[in-house]
Ligand binder design. Structure first.
Ligand code: XIL
Length: 354
């Protein structure tokens, strides 16, 4: 009895200091050769961990050297943040510009990283030659298939997974209006998946969206859509949950939602994780962010079919958040000088079983 009480006390103490413990690393400063890289720890748990990459990859001088070193050391997946999008890779009707994405894919291969292709069919970042043209339905269908054949064909055998269709649903769960739906109708989705399978039979094909991380009207609709596509024999292998969260905004139903999708026979990837903080941040907020990151990793690790988590960047030096959400920032696990934040150590400690 006495021993049991003593044990309880010890537990109470350790859970009282748990938050601090879980967000502290083995030593101060940048992870070094003394610490194990996140990608190694993740691999031991059957998980891939990645980052989206854009301008930072091409930073000049020491900044770029540091950016690329941390990227290759810590991550096993690379997603081109913009370089594979329609407007960048297909700037004229008969003009493809593959070089920027090619250099990212080559870097990934040189460093033993997988590539997530992003994205073939989306209503945003479309080239103006496409959106300003006037097209019949048959022409639009041919343009969609042609784009996928060229882009997914160019990277055939070199991409782990493609976000084939991105953000096709509105928040109420209806199909989102946009160039492809407006010109082709709802069948553009299955047309895209079939064209992607034809172009690269070895790539896993994903539907990707935001606000489908928790159980809600939009994720219900994504679930119904993926179920329906699978029943029709449309080649779809996974669902990507973007996971652009606000501080404190990780849905409590995340694990249950991941599980219901994997029960359909598809994989789940967390594809664009970041957790933004209203600026200026406090030390307490950085601790909360660390616990939020841990919750996301925990939810994915609970379900075997969730086997990749990609962050939308890795350093606060380079993130879409300040440009897109005024007054918010510091959304990533490394600070602007590439030093690990509490969020880094909470992921590190979770993956290493501490
Ligand atoms: C964002 C990029 O991060 C920005 O650099 C760009 O200006 C706009 O697009 N959902 C997606 C991503 O699927 O492609 C978006 O990326 C972020 C939201």
């Amino acid at each position: 009895m006495f021993a049991a009480v003593a044990l309880l006390v010890v537990h109470a103490c350790s859970s009282g200091t748990g938050a601090a413990d879980q967000t502290t690393g083995p030593g101060p400063g940048t992870p070094s050769v003394d610490t194990i890289a996140l990608r190694v720890l993740a691999d031991r748990r059957g998980l891939r961990i990645g980052s989206a990459v854009d301008r930072g990859f091409r930073f000049a001088g020491a900044d770029g050297v540091k950016f690329r070193a941390v990227l290759a050391r810590e991550f096993s997946v690379l997603t081109p943040e913009n370089d594979m999008k329609h407007e960048r890779i297909h700037p004229g009707r008969d003009v493809y510009r593959f070089e920027p994405a090619d250099s990212l894919v080559a870097f990934a291969e040189a460093n033993g990283m997988s590539v997530r292709g992003h994205t073939l069919v989306w209503h945003r970042q479309l080239a103006t030659w496409l959106t300003s043209g006037s097209w019949t339905q048959a022409e639009a269908e041919a343009l969609l298939v042609d784009h996928i054949a060229h882009v997914a064909g160019h990277y055939k055998g070199r991409v782990l997974a493609w976000d084939v269709v991105n953000e096709a649903l509105a928040d109420d769960g209806s199909l989102r209006a946009g160039f492809w739906l407006d010109h082709i109708g709802p069948d553009y989705i299955e047309l895209a998946f079939r064209a992607a399978r034809d172009a690269d039979p070895g790539a896993m094909l994903f539907y990707n969206d935001y606000n489908i991380e928790g159980i809600n009207a939009k994720s219900d609709s994504a679930y119904a859509m993926i179920r329906e596509l699978r029943l029709k024999g449309v080649p779809i292998d996974g669902v990507g949950m973007q996971a652009h969260f606000q501080l404190g905004g990780v849905p409590s139903s995340l694990a249950a939602n991941i599980a219901r999708f994997t029960a359909l026979g598809v994989k789940v990837h967390i594809t664009e994780l970041d957790i933004r903080i209203p600026l200026p941040s406090s030390a307490a907020q950085l601790q909360t962010q660390a616990l939020n990151y841990r919750d996301v990793f925990n939810a994915c690790l609970q379900t075997p079919g969730c086997d990749a988590i990609v962050l939308w960047g890795f350093t606060d030096r380079e993130s879409w958040i300040p440009d897109s959400f005024s007054g918010w920032g510091e959304a990533l696990p490394f600070d602007a000088t590439y030093n690990p934040k509490p969020a880094y150590w909470s992921i590190y400690n979770l993956l290493s079983g501490r």
